[in-house]
Design a protein around this ligand. Structure first.
Ligand code: PEP
Ligand code: MN
Length: 363
């Protein structure tokens, strides 16, 4: 797959203005819903219509999709609007049915990319076809697994390939539904610059009010396209209600996005600079989040010290912390002076927090 320029051709064949926009509901629900949304998207910047027909649900009992009947609704939507149709496939039967119904784009969901057996089965079912296939990142942040999925399809002769970055699940509570871990996508893009990369801000954020911001971040990183879940009545959607937007809101979001020039040779420097600054900004945000988390634990310790009537400042413990950090800092090539200044500032803030707690009355 190394430096295979043909990978990008399908995107160029579209001759569309960047970004490529894939939109449509999380799930096909009824024929009327599928057609209504498609009609509203016709004539917009959207060129591919998405709808989940088979829905992988984390727990049983949720809406598991309408099944093959939905493919007929998509065929009608295609005949009426001219939009290309995209569905998620998770096994060979899905592929067979999608091919029979002339679906144009197949995507592999995050829960399927984690499973090499399933991806291989899909790749085998696609041999001899020239469908566009998009591979979502696996749920866990494992670049090799993501690439492995793409390679299985490549080895099956599929060349109209792309990846979808939909974020990674994490045990920790964050403002995202699936944390972006942008550095992984940046690394993938660096290694395979000709593999089109599409961002799915809907599954990254899980909330419609953050979709514009994450879409802009993706465009700033030279992503080729966006997949945005769009529904005619988002709050009543049968799946992923909180993250879907109306077609009107989708248009507002797309209109607001600033599309920067794609990196070419003359822009290489600026492109690299932008990517690196982006990584720095991402890390700075994480540093602040970590400091916030650290302070919240310090607050809890403050509560314990209060209950047990123990002094806020514990010199022995503090010296141990400093020594350990000096050592770890030195391994990271950080000067002792910097580590001392940094940890004194952090420690000072913890003391301020804990004193506040100790001095508030219980009543
Ligand atoms: C979807 O696109 O609706 C979906 C199920 O996505 P993911 O595989 O990213 O969870
Ligand atoms: Mn969804």
């Amino acid at each position: 797959m190394e430096n295979d320029k043909s990978l990008r051709q399908w995107l160029d064949e579209f001759k569309l203005s960047r970004p490529l926009v894939i939109a449509g509901p999380c799930s096909a629900e009824t024929e009327e819903q599928v057609l209504d949304i498609a009609r509203q998207l016709k004539g917009s910047e959207v060129s591919i219509y998405r709808a989940g027909i088979w829905k992988p649900r984390t727990r049983p009992g949720g809406f598991e999709g309408v099944g093959a009947i939905g493919l007929e609704w998509l065929q009608k939507a295609k005949a009426e609007t001219g939009l290309l149709m995209a569905v998620e496939v998770a096994n060979a039967t899905h592929v067979k049915l999608a091919l029979e119904h002339d679906i144009d784009v197949l995507w592999i969901g995050a829960r399927t990319t984690v499973n090499p057996f399933a991806v291989q089965e899909i790749a085998d079912a696609l041999v001899g076809t020239d469908k566009i296939v998009l591979v979502k990142n696996p749920v866990n942040p494992d670049l090799a697994l993501w690439l492995g999925g793409v390679e299985r399809l490549y080895n099956a002769g599929i060349r109209k390939l792309g990846v979808i970055h939909r974020g990674f699940s994490t045990y920790e509570k964050t403002k995202y539904r699936n944390i972006p871990e942008w550095q992984l996508a940046i690394e993938l893009h660096g290694r395979f610059p000709d593999l089109p990369i599409i961002c799915d801000p809907s599954h990254i954020t899980g909330r419609r009010d953050m979709i514009q911001q994450v879409s802009q971040q993706a465009l700033d990183l030279n992503y080729d396209g966006l997949m945005i879940e769009t529904h005619n009545d988002p709050d009543k959607a049968w799946s992923d209600a909180a993250q879907q937007v109306t077609p009107v809101r989708l248009k507002e979001i797309l209109d607001s996005l600033i599309v920067r020039e794609r990196i070419d040779d003359s822009h290489e420097f600026n492109g690299h600079l932008r990517e690196m600054r982006f990584r720095i900004d991402d890390l700075d945000t994480k540093i602040i989040e970590l400091l916030g988390k650290r302070m919240r634990i310090a607050d809890e310790i403050g509560g314990l010290k209060k209950e047990n009537n123990v002094a806020v400042l514990q010199n022995i413990r503090w010296k141990q912390v400093l020594e350990k950090m000096k050592e770890e800092g030195s391994a990271e090539n950080l000067s002792e002076e910097f580590i001392l200044r940094l940890f004194r500032a952090i420690h000072q803030e913890s003391i301020v927090h804990q004193e506040k707690i100790i001095n508030t009355s219980n009543s």
